[in-house]
Design a protein around this ligand. Structure first.
Ligand code: GLA
Length: 384
């Protein structure tokens, strides 16, 4: 075969072999344990793929390329028994119909922007108001509802999937084509690492987070009021009744927001304190104590019956502690489990809510030529 013919044959092979088999075969050659299979189709006929990642201790993460959703996360209890510790659905339909961001990547701007408006470089931008008077979690079709490109990988650190998505200039009202890459890595130290990266061609606010709903006793088993929580935060950002920060950084000392030493989530949740009334419980951003922009322990959760522990490390300045107040029993999730009020908690690492309207908060503006880097780690263990 001459050079030209062999080139044609090579090109034909490349074109005919579907992407997935290329990924699977290269992954298999390296003894890669990531399994890829179909998780159904969106209403407009797009295929959704499920990736199953397992580490040497049997910890298993299942994630899909719709919203980058972590659909299950199985971690050992004090006796080594694995249970799924995140709320979600057995099938794609649940996520398409009415998921309150279960397990998803949230963007372009996680959390709220007051009145769905912000001004950047002298220009006013309007966003959909999808949460009372405010914009929440990226809009009507945020990153949680996008189909992401996905590429499994294995490296020295662990194994996982790289999710990429380009959010178009003007999408949901935000300026600039934003290229986003989120790498999920499961390590043999029972860590699930999220590495966020983003670039833009116009200045834009960006605030990316991961919205897993945790119940360390196992999803659907009950409320999280006995989970013991430590938050490494001397201050939090109080909100108005629509959950927009007032701008104050309030000391937690002497308030039901002091989690600096571990205490049960339910110990003070119904105290007579205006901020708890506004949130219907905890739904607040805590200012993580830090001296540098490096990884910092933000939160530690311990569930006494299972002994499971989750630590959250992040490079972000804040963490939204949400005690699942809006879960109200109208969602039936995995295995027919009905998710009632406070059946889970979220620890959304982030920049502060409504930062585009608060110049005194750490900036969320990404400009052309800059690259956003952010890392969050969920680390699991168990104690007897
Ligand atoms: C975040 C918000 C909550 C709620 C959930 C999703 O945690 O702060 O108010 O919107 O997401 O239901």
């Amino acid at each position: 075969m001459n050079y030209q013919n062999s080139l044609v044959v090579t090109l034909l092979i490349i074109c005919v072999v579907p992407n997935r088999s290329v990924a699977e075969s290269s992954v298999a050659q390296r003894g890669h344990p990531i399994k890829q299979e179909s998780f159904g189709q969106t209403k407009d006929g797009k295929n959704v793929e499920l990736y199953t990642i397992t580490n040497s201790h049997g910890v298993e993460v299942r994630a899909i390329n719709y919203g980058g959703i972590v659909v299950s996360l199985r971690v050992p209890d004090k006796n080594g028994k694995l249970d799924d510790v995140v709320l979600g659905f057995d099938k794609l339909d649940g996520y398409l119909d009415k998921s309150p961001y279960f397990g998803a990547i949230v963007g372009r701007y996680g959390n709220r922007i007051a009145n769905g408006k912000f001004t950047l470089d002298g220009k006013e931008y309007s966003l959909a108001k999808n949460n009372g008077p405010n914009a929440l979690h990226g809009g009507l079709k945020g990153f949680d509802k996008a189909i992401w490109a996905a590429e499994p990988f294995q490296n020295n650190q662990g194994k996982g999937v790289v999710f990429t998505y380009t959010s178009k200039d003007g999408e949901e009202g935000y300026p600039g084509n934003l290229k986003v890459k989120v790498t999920y890595t499961l390590t043999d130290k029972n860590e699930l690492i999220f590495d966020y990266q983003a670039t833009t061609d116009k200045a834009t606010p960006v605030n990316l987070t991961e919205h897993s709903y945790f119940n360390l006793a196992g999803e659907g088993t009950g409320d999280v009021l006995k989970h013991e929580l430590m938050l490494n935060a001397d201050r939090f950002t109080p909100v108005d009744k629509t959950l927009i920060p007032t701008g104050e950084l309030r000391a937690v000392k002497g308030t039901p927001f002091d989690f600096r030493t571990p205490i049960a989530v339910g110990a003070r949740i119904d105290d007579n304190y205006e901020q708890l009334a506004f949130g219907g419980g905890y739904d607040h951003n805590f200012v993580i104590n830090r001296k540098t922009g490096d990884l910092q322990l933000a939160a530690r959760v311990y569930e006494p019956t299972s002994g499971r522990v989750m630590e959250v490390y992040t490079t972000e300045p804040g963490v939204q502690f949400y005690s699942g107040n809006f879960l109200d029993g109208t969602i039936t999730g995995k295995q027919g489990h009905v998710y009632k009020r406070r059946y889970a908690l979220c620890l959304e690492t982030q920049h502060f809510p409504d930062s585009p309207n608060h110049p005194e908060f750490p900036s969320t503006i990404l400009r052309p030529g800059q690259t956003l880097h952010s890392r969050t780690i969920y680390k699991f263990s168990a104690q007897k």
